[in-house]
Write a protein that binds this ligand. Structure first.
Ligand code: GLU
Length: 451
């Protein structure tokens, strides 16, 4: 089985989803700011490049790559570069807008960006990946830079990829301190302590703080919760470890080839060793195999999609049994599924909050690089913890005021209320988006529109 096991079942484009979600937020924002919708619906800058690469067997292949900056209102572009066969401009553009909302929600001085190269890293050698990375970065030229647009890791790119990004840019701009051009580098090359674990750590901080508020019935702490995780990459594997450290039982894990289940709890060290040897988790002794689809529907308290987008759609949202879904991946739930989950009282901690730990520690890395400094791990984790809790509080507070607003509107509408009601719920995603969009609207008004 290949990655197609994770293929989405609902036919809706990534930008269509981003725009539906944006409209959901705009419905709650002061109407005179709504002119902004036109601006925010489209990316500010789109770069598409095509380049040849000499493959190991001597043949030449042509690759396509994209870098999209959705907004620079709050600062330089920031966001990952992914290497995946399913990369396309629509998806990269949607992911860039998610980065805008994410940075705005958390209060980071960055705009949103994303990049990607259409390729299958599983069949490429290290040499081929290096040549693809270097050529892609050289094609982007001065469109990236410490104060212009700062890439970082994403799906199937890692510290090694970021080292090549840095090296290529540094060769092209020697004589400067170029470390801040890219984040997610190895620590020796100016990477930040804690960056590798940051996305999963932020995910745990947000989950822990959210459930301590008592809003999820019968779930007030991670300890004792049964957790299913889709994905065993940088985010999924570290989330498994951290949730386990907090006392959860990890009952299911998966990779692109399928999932594994053990109701008593999976031995994570054994799972990592097995994956290193066999290239997959499937077949780990003392576990049963499940498909990635079936994993999502397991009976558990917390479900963490940490793989691809559009995994929980209209067709399977009815079957989800978890009480809380934590979006470690970007965009794993479609708007149609959001509605079904809300009707079923299943909570969703949205991606722009739940996985914001990664870009937050990327910001710390950028600050350390500009200052030629290296912070201590404990300081970094403490800062991250504080910011994730504060952002969670902000989202929950906003959600509560959206609830009040919705009730007032329904009362005003009286019997017609049902007919005029929004087709989408005022959930935590809408709440988080309203904070991000509102901040952007305010700063746009302060800066004014050029000229
Ligand atoms: N790719 C990650 C994300 O989607 C990290 C971005 C960053 O560190 O800049 O949030």
């Amino acid at each position: 089985m290949e990655d197609h096991e994770l293929a989405p079942k609902e036919v809706i484009g990534a930008c269509d989803i981003a725009n539906i979600n944006l409209q959901r937020a705009l419905a709650y924002i002061d109407s005179d700011q709504n002119g902004l919708a036109k601006v925010l619906q489209e990316p500010k800058r789109v770069i598409s490049v095509t380049f040849p690469i000499e493959m190991d067997d001597g043949s030449v292949d042509v690759f396509h790559g994209y870098r999209v900056v959705h907004s620079r209102t709050l600062g330089p572009g920031k966001g990952g570069i992914r290497f995946h066969p399913a990369v396309d401009l629509d998806e990269v553009s949607a992911l860039a807008s998610l980065m805008t909302w994410k940075c705005a929600l958390i209060g980071l001085p960055f705009g949103g960006a994303k990049g990607g190269v259409i390729c299958n890293p599983k069949v490429l050698s290290q040499g081929e990946l290096r040549r693809i990375t270097r050529r892609f970065i050289s094609e982007l030229g001065d469109n990236i830079g410490p104060y212009i647009d700062i890439p970082s890791p994403d799906l199937y790119t890692d510290e090694q990829t970021m080292s090549w990004v840095y090296d290529t840019y540094d060769v092209m701009h020697h004589g400067n301190n170029n470390r801040a051009v890219v984040t997610g580098k190895p620590v020796l090359l100016g990477g930040s302590e804690g960056r590798r674990e940051a996305t999963a750590r932020g995910c745990r901080d947000v989950t822990e703080h959210f459930i301590s508020k008592g809003l999820v019935p019968d779930l007030s702490e991670i300890k004792g919760a049964r957790v299913a995780i889709q994905g065993f990459g940088n985010v999924g594997a570290v989330a498994a470890k951290l949730f386990c450290e907090s006392g959860a039982t990890i009952i299911a894990l998966s990779d692109s080839q399928g999932g594994i289940v053990n109701e008593e709890g999976i031995d994570l060290a054994a799972a990592s060793d097995y994956k290193n040897i066999h290239g997959t988790l499937v077949g780990l002794p003392e576990t049963l195999s499940v498909t990635n689809d079936a994993l999502l529907e397991l009976d558990c308290e917390i479900l963490i999609p940490a793989a691809l987008s559009k995994q929980i759609c209209a067709h399977n949202a009815e079957n989800i049994k978890a009480r809380l879904i934590v979006e470690a991946a970007n965009g794993p739930i479609t708007p149609a599924a959001d509605r079904i989950l809300a009707e079923r009282n299943i909570w969703v901690l949205p991606d722009i909050l739940a996985n914001a730990g990664g870009v937050t520690v990327s910001y710390y890395e950028w600050l350390q690089n500009l200052d030629n400094n290296q912070w201590e791990l404990d300081d970094i984790n403490a800062r991250l913890h504080k910011l994730m809790r504060k952002s969670t509080d902000a989202v929950v507070d906003r959600w509560q005021s959206l609830q009040r607003l919705t009730e007032e509107r329904d009362t005003e509408l009286g019997d017609d209320g049902a007919d005029n009601a929004s087709p989408y719920p005022a959930d935590l995603r809408t709440a988080a988006l309203t904070i991000g969009v509102e901040r952007l609207a305010q700063v746009t008004a302060q800066r004014g529109i050029w000229p």
